[in-house]
Design a protein around this ligand. Structure first.
Ligand code: SF4
Length: 409
């Protein structure tokens, strides 16, 4: 049997508008999303009813140690709405002492009072979606906020942190955005340090086909940094942040000592998690399940779940461990990598199967091991930093080729 999850993710799918690179499951509400009496407010209310229904039919399980409200833009919710969701989760599962309760917030969607309200109802960590400090870049990627709103948002969050009202906070930036080069990126990093955020998530831009960027890219007109410049940018991120005391504990995550995201670490360790909401993925007992990405689809699915007693997604008896290839894929994102034999034995492999199959995996990984992008120490395999982390895809492709060659699915 798989250990019960200790983490929960709640998806809040509302945004003012869709950013040009984003293909998340969201509902754009327009500029008046937060205005009293606006259609946006009734959409939010109707969705929250569904979310409460889904939490209420979830089976009882051990207390949670991490909770994450992501989106979308959860800061479009009022403090009582956030508080009611947390109360529901607490009633259902309970929270462990010191549970990490994170909420994503976007600049230009909150005032100081709102942040105080979220803290009052239980939030103890914010993750701020900054993406860039450059006004022209922000406009180019379709963000609603501008540079001065981002700086103001960072100040508000950081003041609460310095007063001891938050355990930590994180700032998101995207490297490799259109028009960026190494010198502009160094300016972005300097400004990120200036905010005093103790945790930085630095994502690579991914071009998704069904987005504005996907369409522009298809026409060859998206001016993103070429591969060699992107590599320099990534190396510089690592060098610069290391020199400021940050440690890269996962491919996209840098933190000062004591500030890694426990929620994300739980996810990358292969532990199960509850997921609630439209488009949310969950893996309560190992196997992943994604909910429908539209509100109508989600409502229909929820109606079925209520009538079928959750047989499809939440039944413990139907539990299957997460497939080994997935565990290796997410585990390799972490600085400490994976202990292959331990993972394989947990997945039910015998010693004989481990010896045979893992020896074969080493052959698929031979090039990566020889060139030093993948390192090995006492049965543990991990990506070197920065070289291995930069070309993690190559190592993962070799691993998936190995997995396919075993014919286990
Ligand atoms: S704010 Fe975030 S979730 Fe919303 S559209 Fe932009 S990137 Fe997507």
């Amino acid at each position: 049997m798989v250990a019960p999850p200790r983490s929960a993710y709640l998806h809040i799918p509302f945004c003012h508008k869709r950013c040009f690179y984003c293909d998340f499951s969201i509902i754009p509400l327009g500029d008046s999303a937060q205005a009293p009496g606006s259609p946006g407010i009734s959409s939010i209310n109707a969705y929250l009813d569904l979310l409460h229904r889904e939490i209420s039919i979830s089976p009882k399980a051990p207390a949670l140690s991490t909770i994450y409200l992501g989106g979308g833009t959860p800061s479009l919710l009022k403090k009582n709405e956030v508080g009611d969701l947390l109360k529901d989760l607490q009633r259902k599962f309970g929270f462990q002492d010191g549970a990490e309760i994170t909420m994503e917030v976007d600049p230009a969607t909150f005032f100081e009072n709102d942040l105080n309200g979220y803290i009052e109802v239980g939030i103890n960590r914010f993750s701020l979606g900054g993406q860039s400090f450059d006004d022209s870049t922000l406009a180019l990627i379709g963000r609603k906020h501008n540079r001065s709103q981002l700086i103001e948002a960072c100040d508000l969050v950081n003041n609460l942190f310095k007063k001891g009202m938050l355990k930590s906070w994180s700032l998101d930036l995207i490297q490799n955005l259109p028009g960026l080069n190494l010198s502009k990126w160094i300016t972005e990093l300097e400004q990120a340090i200036h905010t005093e955020a103790p945790h930085l998530s630095i994502y690579d831009l991914t071009i998704e086909p069904d987005t504005v960027f996907g369409r522009i890219h298809k026409k060859g007109k998206l001016n993103i940094p070429i591969a060699s410049e992107a590599q320099k940018i990534d190396f510089e991120t690592n060098r610069f942040l290391k020199s400021r005391g940050f440690s890269r504990y996962e491919i996209s995550s840098y933190s000062l000592p004591g500030h890694p995201s426990r929620h994300n670490r739980a996810y990358w360790s292969g532990s199960g998690w509850w997921g609630f909401g439209m488009g949310a993925t969950s893996a309560p007992w190992g196997e992943r399940f994604s909910r429908p990405r539209t509100i109508a689809g989600y409502k229909k699915w929820l109606d079925q779940q209520e009538s079928q007693l959750l047989e499809r997604t939440l039944s413990y008896e139907k539990s299957k461990p997460m497939p080994l290839d997935e565990l290796i894929m997410i585990g390799l994102r972490r600085r400490e990598g994976v202990h292959l034999e331990e993972l394989a034995k947990n997945a039910g492999w015998t010693q004989k199967e481990c010896d045979k199959n893992l020896e074969l995996l080493e052959k698929f990984w031979l090039n990566s091991l020889n060139e030093g992008s993948l390192l090995r120490n006492n049965g543990r395999y991990f990506l070197s930093n920065p070289n291995g982390m930069q070309i993690s895809n190559q190592v993962l492709i070799q691993m998936f080729m190995w997995w396919d060659s075993l014919g286990l699915d």
